[in-house]
Write a protein that binds this ligand. Sequence first.
Ligand code: AMP
Length: 425
Amino acid sequence: MNDFSDLNLAPQILRALKEKGYKTPTKIQIKSIPILTRGRDVLGIAQTGTGKTAAFVLPVLHRISKNSINPLGGHPCTVILAPTRELAIQIQSNVKSYGCHLNIRSTVVFGGAPIRPQIKALKAGVHVLIATPGRLMDLINKGYVKLKKVEYFILDEADRMLDMGFIDDVRKLSAMVPETRQTIMFSATMPSTVKALANRLLTDAQHIEVEPAVRTAKNIGEKVLFLPKDKKKIMLAKLMENSDLKKVLVFTRTKRGADKVCGHLKKTGIDSEAIHGNKAQNARQRSLNKFRSGTIRVLVATDLASRGIDVDSVSHVINYELPNSPDSYVHRIGRTARHEAHGMAISFCDHHEYQFLRGIEKLIQKNIPVYKDHPFHIDSYPDASHKSKIEHKFQGTGKKRKKVRFRKKTKYNRRKNVMENRQAA
Ligand code: AMP
């Protein structure tokens, strides 16, 4: 199957795709569109960059266009849940462009933005509502949305949605949609929590998978630099002297870290901006647009803000700090080398991050080549002593208290992260 016309989509959709310059459907689209246009539930494992949004948006638009009725205010027939504002906005932009020749109305709602315009759009009536779970719950509780007429219920990036602590909202929302509906769930990974949710929500679902999530793209060059934490700033500035680093996405673990790195880059005369959960939605969108258009060379982001970053021709991804979740590494570096382009992922690894590196290498089932030809390379590092130091810390008399305190702190941090993520979305 080499052509969209083989997928029996409405002619208005085919026209929009032609205008967008899409020539052939992607693998995930070939697999899912025929099943979804027949009305079956689907559980899809696919990452951003595979064309997964069109894989569920096109068949849903097709089905809505077949039995189009004017939607009543506050009663959408389609609900698409997304974990972050950026992703929600991106999905709506896809809905709009694929449906530009159809009489289908859509709107997007998310937290951290004024609620009034969202209420106004909902009152006017929309077919497709794209939402982050928290804001949707809020609007439902205030009486502006009812899910009784939902026929298509879609969860995008389900794994991230659960990571961000939206499970309760997702459960509540799914209990509000009618039993007879089509449910579509997409996720980049399939941990047991997502499996359990899929079992609850989907009926006789067809499983579809493209590119296992653990495999990193073949056209991304990867390397890791071992260096002390306090040399990372200088190293980053040094790397930026190379003009091959045209459009660079730098990742940090924390919001504060993102601001700091961005501040440092600016001081060294490099145009950059930071995006993270503490930034207002329009500020995030502005920075993203500047990055997209090339006005700024570097965008510094946290993992949360990275979701939904769909920017072509990112030449380099730099992991200024390695993520503590190996999946995030795969996701981060997938921001480069999109649409068959080539890209480079450079990771800084200090002493404390070595354990994260081991986790990542285990997941991607290969060793990331170590780049030694830089002034800060630590030759004797990493070695087993690091691991044994960690283990040692929690052994022996008098250390038990420390261990308990460590556990409590980890639990506290985890809870704090979930709260922050939810606020940010
Ligand atoms: P997604 O995986 O949904 O984030 O899509 C990644 C990018 O691929 C988006 O910029 C889409 O506009 C683009 N895209 C999706 N399907 C196709 C296609 N069949 N041909 C070309 N580009 C596509």
